[in-house]
Design a protein around this ligand. Structure first.
Ligand code: NDP
Length: 367
């Protein structure tokens, strides 16, 4: 039996049952976000999304560039009191307009600003990767627990309609018993001065960036926790871009069911694809994890049927922002918690170790 149209329809019906809607609380007001780091993502991608949010709004900006912050504040109707620098960031505790701090800084600064935000009494949405080490991730979780604040990781694909539909199809058994997931993400990193290529700020190369998408997809497509990893790195160290971090790394994850995921990340070619193979069919996404324009197919041995989720127009960013606002009000745990980010940090550590030592590394469950 191949993946049938009825599976797609059944999945669509599940959407109608509310499985697609991450919103779980009903805030009576829009919760205020402070965006920390007015760069490509925080300023260019996230801030415009508040216009599409039901439960979230922009309440403050945190930046090392006062002139930029003043311009952004003016454009979004924020008062000068809603502008913070990194030096006076802690005084955000006195701003009742700010409920949630969204950390959009280079990876190496995620832990510091998450912990400072929690100590200031704010919930935290932290971009991926959660941190640059397992110890940092643990400290972030501890700080948020101590402050009784929510911590969510910016794994936006959990709110992206095509990825959500693919997860539901996989869980519904539409592809049969899952045997293999292929997940590949990369782009050509052209700027040798980019912080992504400086270990102190990035924590590593493509694995810490696009590799997180490959790793996440392996997890949410199989629905399993890996038990072992085998990795191999390929980096041209004569290339000045890769003096400090890796270019390409591929790794194999073994799951308890016997399923295997073959994952790849790289900074030297463009790639964005997820392919799940089961004994009854396959689910393929390409591009898989972009901001928009993702596409999905099902079939027995190829791209036989294109699948468009009923909520294909849903905005993943607004879904993500509103989900944490809802969790902050309802007290529920975000669907992408700090613990999930920490689990990934532990796997990333094992991937690097496996590549370095040239052997399979077994993963502690719940590490
Ligand atoms: P950018 O370099 O474009 O922006 C980072 C911003 O952080 C800077 O503009 C600056 O803001 C601030 N900053 C503070 N200290 C430093 C420093 N030492 N070096 C550089 N910047 C500093 O990065 P991105 O926006 O692309 O990435 C930020 C985070 O978002 C990363 O963790 C990345 O992984 C994540 N990301 C997630 C994406 C997703 O789809 N989920 C997509 C892209 C990025 P200011 O001038 O205001 O101080």
């Amino acid at each position: 039996m191949t993946i049938e149209r009825r599976d797609v329809l059944r999945s669509a019906a599940m959407l109608g049952l509310g499985l697609a809607a991450p919103a779980i609380g009903q805030p009576t007001r829009k919760l205020g976000y402070a965006i920390v780091g007015l760069g490509y993502y925080g300023l260019g991608v996230i801030i415009p999304q508040f216009a599409k949010c039901a439960h979230s709004r922009l309440a403050a900006v945190v930046s090392g560039d006062r002139a930029k912050a003043e311009r952004v504040a003016r454009e979004h109707g924020l008062s000068p009191q809603a502008i913070y620098s990194y030096a006076n960031f802690d005084s955000i505790r006195d701003n009742p307009d700010v409920d949630i701090v969204y950390v959009c800084l280079p990876n190496g600064l995620h832990a510091e600003y998450t912990i400072r935000a929690a100590r200031a009494g704010k919930h935290v949405l932290c971009e991926k990767p959660m941190a640059v080490s397992v110890a940092e991730g643990q400290a972030m979780i501890a700080a948020c627990k101590t402050a009784n604040r929510k911590l969510m990781i910016g794994y936006r694909c959990h709110f992206e309609p095509f990825n959500r539909e693919a997860m539901r199809l996989a869980r519904s058994g539409a592809a049969g018993k899952i045997r293999f997931v292929r997940s590949e993400h990369g782009f050509v990193q052209g700027d040798p001065g980019a912080w992504r290529l400086k270990r102190a700020l990035s924590g590593g190369g493509s694995l810490m960036d696009m590799g997180v998408y490959s790793l996440q997809a392996a997890h949410y497509m199989t629905g399993e926790e890996p038990v072992a990893v085998t990795a191999r790195e390929s980096t041209d160290r004569r290339d000045p871009r890769f003096a400090e971090v890796e270019d390409m790394i591929d790794w194999t994850l073994e799951f308890p069911s016997g399923a295997i995921a073959g994952c790849l990340s790289m900074y030297s070619a463009n790639q964005n694809r997820i392919l799940l193979m089961g004994d009854k069919g396959r689910i393929e996404l390409e591009p898989a994890t972009r901001y928009d324009g993702n596409r999905m197919w099902t079939g027995r041995d190829g791209r036989e049927r294109e699948v468009t989720p009923p909520d294909a127009q849903a905005n993943q960013f607004a879904g993500q922002l509103d989900h944490l606002a809802d969790c902050a009000v309802s007290g529920r745990e975000p669907i992408v918690s700090g613990e999930e980010g920490l689990r990934d940090m532990a796997i990333i550590k094992a991937i690097y170790r496996s590549a370095r030592e040239g052997r399979t590394v077994r993963l502690e469950r719940g590490a």
